[in-house]
Design a protein around this ligand. Structure first.
Ligand code: SAM
Length: 236
């Protein structure tokens, strides 16, 4: 991957960035996303935030190699602390981390947001707690995409602050819009996960040691939800 050839995953994220945006890409690593978007003339300015020194240096190098020091500020900072008021950021992307990590970055960094930014989030797992945070903080989910690349399922969640919003426990688990659309990729993902979770439950039942009770309760609930969803769609 490089700024000229983004992964399918980052292309999906790029497609959600509004034209002419001022983007903060948090956890930018090599800064491929903001550099690609500036190269394409798709955004006007960006901040590439990194908490770790090695990826921060990699981001700075990509920005310099592409002559974009005037358009992209590379900052060594924890999460949303990379954003300064003068940046006038209107879009925040946080991609390629666990959902809980993204949630924690949003929670810790709330004070750096004006509340009008579009959030484009690509969690690697942990989607449920992330969606819960969005709901609890008045963010409506506007778009949810699912794609499979290199044998991994990736979700791209786009949300904006809208005032109170309410999602059921199942909507938080599956994604409210994905649950409605039930795309082929979505159904295939949950068929795979159902097999995996059922196997895990069987293994836990066979293990002749004290079972982690809470884990079993959660897994059983998840298997029930997935089975119901797939049955209702006639794909089980
Ligand atoms: N966003 C890129 C992508 O999706 O391809 C890079 C993802 S990389 C796997 C995750 C990056 O997030 C790492 O470079 C890591 O240093 C950075 N990161 C993790 N926690 C962070 C935080 N609290 N603030 C800023 N960056 C963070």
């Amino acid at each position: 991957m490089n700024p000229n050839t983004l992964s399918m995953r980052l292309e999906c994220v790029a497609a959600q960035v509004p034209a002419g945006a001022r983007l903060a890409d948090i956890g930018s690593d090599h800064a491929y996303l903001p550099v690609a978007l500036i190269n394409r003339g798709a955004i006007v300015a960006a901040v590439a935030g990194e908490v770790a020194l090695t990826p921060f240096r990699a981001a700075y190098r990509t920005v310099c190699d592409n002559g974009q020091q005037l358009q992209i500020q590379v900052r060594l900072a924890d999460g949303l602390a990379a954003i300064e008021p003068a940046d006038r950021i209107d879009t925040v992307s946080i991609c390629g981390m666990g959902g809980e990590t993204i949630r924690d970055i949003l929670e810790r960094g709330k004070l750096y947001l004006r509340g009008q930014e579009r959030l484009i989030l690509q969690p690697n797992g942990g989607e449920q707690p992330l969606r819960l945070w969005l709901m609890d903080n008045g963010y409506r989910i506007l778009s949810e995409e699912l794609l499979r690349e290199n044998r991994f399922d990736y979700e791209i969640i786009v949300a904006e602050r809208s005032g109170p919003v309410s999602y059921s426990a199942e909507q938080l688990y599956f994604g409210p819009l994905q649950m409605q659309a039930r795309s082929e990729a979505f159904l295939a993902k949950w068929q795979r996960l159902l097999r995996y979770k059922q196997r895990t439950l069987d293994q836990l039942a066979e293990a002749r040691q004290a079972l982690p009770e809470q884990k079993v309760v959660e897994l059983t609930q998840e298997v029930r939800w997935i089975t119901q969803l797939l049955e209702a769609t006639n794909v089980i």
